[in-house]
Write a protein that binds this ligand. Structure first.
Ligand SMILES: NC(=O)c1ccc[n+]([C@@H]2O[C@H](COP(=O)([O-])OP(=O)(O)OC[C@H]3O[C@@H](n4cnc5c(N)ncnc54)[C@H](O)[C@@H]3O)[C@@H](O)[C@H]2O)c1
Length: 437
């Protein structure tokens, strides 16, 4: 059991902190956002993530997990400090490391004993070495610390499961002492034979970007296949399935849709391209995936206009705002641009999301007309567009929907509705890569 503090208690920090406590460690989750810490101390969970409340409650009750807005004392009381603050996209596509650097500065003035400073935030290659120099330049020469890179691969919506049962753990280390402690932090996972990759810090930092960029490429690739399928009467789902049966390819991340969004792929692909440029390396494949992803939003808007050429004054019901199901995260969600396109074309947009509507209004469209149910949203609408694959939307009664719409137009941008049923109930429909089958 190790004494740990996780600085930054967001989607990654809170799940990681609670998960590390579940592994038997003593964890303090710390954040500059006092309101968030107060909520957590009152037993409330600031984000929507399935299973997180149970995980947090279990570990708080066991006395292994606490929350504190006092970052300095959290550091002083810990041996391993995970940095899990945000690394958003900067003006030129680079990862903005200001929050990471600010935490590093706080750590350098609180090195009361040997500490491991571990980046869990997604940080570009070279950050470990940068932090090593930064902290060394700000603390007394006799202070002992090691930098470790331990990128996180959890996915929002299944984050708890992903953290507790990961496909692999990556440790970028530069000392045996740090490696021994980090192996101990994750010990229960290795009893279960979770693969562990121990490497140097630059490789570890790059593994995260390589993985995310590869998945983004896969998504853009299948979206372009879907766009051609639409023109030629092919079924992209059958294509993806058959591709996935090839063990070299894997069926995962071959789901066509409105393009990737969320807090990771958009910024991480841009950051990788930016890092490449700094070193004179052109990431042409990744750049193409980014461009294709931007185009995909417009492909969806074209499908809307294909069904309703004149959107002026038409009521469009947008179902789903989160960038994927089972999360309230709306960062870079395709819905942002698609709603903008609809509004610009004169449509009267109403929207529904089981969880994420509040965040959409808070961060992007304060005056968005959001409704509390699917029924309220679709009543009298001229077109429905599905943007998130929530189970609630998968189970829509198309018979009921048909009765409620003014005109039975539907764009299923997630391919979650049955084509047979859409045909049976007489919908004019478009989806992604199956429209003409
Ligand atoms: N969200 C994901 O699915 C995911 C998955 C893997 C990796 N990551 C990476 O993890 C990192 C965190 O992402 P997130 O989605 O959890 O972000 P987030 O915005 O949900 O959380 C970041 C937290 O850090 C806090 N914070 C900011 N500056 C701080 C400071 N100086 N001191 C203390 N706390 C501070 C914020 O208040 C916030 O609570 C990013 O680098 C991201 O790329 C995210």
């Amino acid at each position: 059991m190790r004494k740990i503090c996780v600085i930054g208690t967001g989607y990654v920090g809170l799940v990681s902190g609670a998960g590390l406590a579940d592994f038997g460690n003593e964890v303090i989750c710390s954040d500059i956002d006092h309101e968030k810490i107060e909520m957590l101390n009152n037993g409330e969970i600031p984000i929507f993530e399935p299973g997180l409340k149970e995980l947090v409650d279990r570990n708080v009750t066991a006395g292994r997990l606490t929350f504190s807005a006092d970052i300095e004392s959290s550091i002083l009381n810990s041996e391993v400090i995970f940095i899990a603050v945000g690394t958003p996209m900067g003006d030129k596509g680079e990862a903005d490391l200001r929050a990471v650097e600010s935490v590093a500065t706080t750590i350098s003035s609180n090195l009361n004993s040997y500490k491991i400073i571990c980046t869990k935030s997604t940080v570009p290659v070279g950050t470990g070495s940068h932090l090593q120099k930064l902290i060394r330049s700000q603390c007394d020469a006799d202070k002992e610390f090691d930098i470790v890179s331990n990128p996180e691969f959890l996915r929002e919506g299944s984050a708890v499961k992903d953290f507790l049962l990961p496909d692999r753990v990556i440790l970028g280390v530069n000392s045996d002492r740090a490696e021994t402690i980090m192996r101990d932090v994750y010990r229960p996972l290795f009893i279960n034979e979770t693969p562990l990759v121990v490497t140097n810090i630059p490789s570890s930092e790059m593994i995260k970007y390589a993985s995310n960029a590869f998945l983004a490429v896969k998504i853009s690739f299948i979206n372009e296949m879907a766009n051609l399928s639409d023109k030629v009467g092919a079924d992209v789902h059958t294509i993806a399935r058959a591709m996935g049966l090839d063990g070299r390819i894997s069926p995962k991340y071959l789901h066509p849709g409105p393009g990737y969004g969320g807090s990771c792929f958009p910024k991480d692909t841009e950051a990788l391209v930016h890092t490449g440029e700094q070193y004179g390396v052109q990431f042409q494949v990744v750049k193409a995936a980014i461009e294709a992803n931007k185009t995909q939003r417009h492909v969806i808007l074209e499908k809307v206009q294909d069904l309703l050429p004149d959107l002026n004054g038409k009521i469009v019901a947008v179902l789903g705002l989160a960038f994927k199901a089972n999360t309230d995260d709306v960062r870079d969600t395709p819905a942002i641009e698609i709603i903008r396109g609809l509004v610009d074309a004169g449509a009267d947009v109403r929207a529904f999301d089981p969880i994420a509507a509040e965040n959409m209004k808070k961060y992007y469209y304060s005056d968005l007309d959001t409704r509390d149910s699917v029924v309220e949203t679709v009543d009298g609408a001229d077109l429905v567009i599905i943007l998130t694959d929530w189970n609630e939307l998968r189970g829509l009664s198309l018979e009921d929907l048909k009765k409620r719409l003014r005109t039975p137009n539907i764009v299923d941008a997630r391919n979650i509705l049955s084509i047979d049923q859409l045909k049976t109930f007489g919908f004019n429909y478009r989806n992604v890569g199956r429209s003409r089958i």
